[in-house]
Design a protein around this ligand. Structure first.
Ligand code: ADP
Ligand code: MG
Length: 317
């Protein structure tokens, strides 16, 4: 069969790992790097499997309208009933945490108390009404910890918003969110391929909120209670035998939203209550952690895409 796997993305640095795995397996693929470009809507798309791994943080790599262009491509592909892995609904969730939280909530998954705000004055007003506790701000359309800051008072937020450093979300929506204080400085990220749980990774947060392994922590605001902790314990660690009722809930949530590939993040508070706060549909995997555990996300993903390609003739509409 000549059908290929087409990969829609805007980040070569991460997608190269997938291409390497596809090559290893001998899977024919095409790089559909998506940023500027054009689609003739009167044409038919090629036959094949289309995998969307567009990222919400594309604007930080100079690809401001890549998600919009990806949406256009996917609309075209879906109109022609092409097999799109992580299609339009996945992209919708990728670029909006509000949409993530509403979809999680609809599936009985608890998220931190959040207020979505557009406008500086409105942000301060919302913070005053939020309650006395500590809160964080974050971008609605983000990734890489964009705009994630911790505040212990409305005054501190006022200072930040009034100063030159205020960094607004690219879609204009800032989220004001309940700060979940975890007794231990880590979050858990659960990886899914084909809508099925693959593994959970523990991510050390003692150095800040910037958790993307590709970039250094840039958030000076956050206190660093455990300087040097990462020397004794790696930042990313696959948790052996992770088993929790949340996995079944996540799988149901993914199925309902037509998401096949995802990394979902949660944090536990002092009472052990679990809060889910981020859904990544263009997930990346930490190489060091995977070597230790002997499990490889990109390999599983490449196998999954190849399986979809092989079964195209059986299931294609
Ligand atoms: N409500 C919260 N309470 C405590 N820490 C949080 C909260 N939300 C986010 N964080 C921290 O900030 C990091 C980045 O936030 P996240 O929502 O995952 O944004 P992004 O989409 O940019 O990754 C998280 O991994 C976590 O360490
Ligand atoms: Mg995150």
């Amino acid at each position: 069969m000549t059908e290929k796997v087409y990969v829609i993305h805007e980040n070569e640095e991460w997608t190269i790992h997938l291409f390497r795995r596809l090559e290893e397996l001998g899977v024919p693929y095409e790089d559909w790097f998506t940023d500027t470009g054009s689609i003739d809507l009167s044409e038919e798309p090629p036959k094949g499997v289309f995998y969307n791994r567009m990222s919400a943080s594309s604007h930080t790599r100079g690809h401001r309208f890549a998600p919009e262009m990806a949406e256009a491509k996917i609309a075209w592909l879906e109109r022609h009933n092409r097999r799109v892995v992580n299609g339009s609904r996945a992209l919708r969730l990728e670029v909006s945490k509000v949409n993530q939280y509403m979809a999680l909530d609809a599936n009985g998954i608890r998220t931190p108390k959040t207020v979505a705000v557009s406008g500086k004055e409105q942000l301060l007003a919302a913070a005053s009404a939020f309650g006395g506790e500590s809160f964080i701000t974050k971008h609605n359309r983000a990734g890489k910890g964009l705009g994630v800051r911790l505040f212990h008072s409305v005054e501190a937020l006022e200072e930040y918003v009034g100063g030159g450093e205020f960094d607004e979300s690219v879609d204009g929506i800032t989220l004001l969110q309940q700060y979940i204080q975890s007794p231990e400085p880590f979050i858990t990220r659960c990886e899914f391929v084909g809508g099925k749980f693959l593994y959970a990774v523990r991510v050390d947060t003692s150095e800040g909120f910037e958790l993307c392994p590709a970039d250094a922590c840039r958030l000076e605001d956050i206190s660093c209670p455990a300087d040097g902790a990462s020397e004794t314990r790696p930042k990313f660690q696959v948790i052996e035998g992770f088993d929790d009722p949340i996995i079944a809930k996540y799988e149901r949530f993914l199925k309902e939203n037509g998401i096949e590939v995802a990394g979902i993040e949660f944090i536990r508070n002092g009472e052990g209550e679990l809060f889910t706060y981020d859904v990544n549909t263009n997930t990346n995997y930490n190489a060091d952690a995977e070597v230790v555990a002997g499990t490889y996300g990109m390999l599983e993903l490449a196998k999954y895409l190849e399986y979809q390609r092989q079964t195209l003739t059986t299931f294609a509409k």
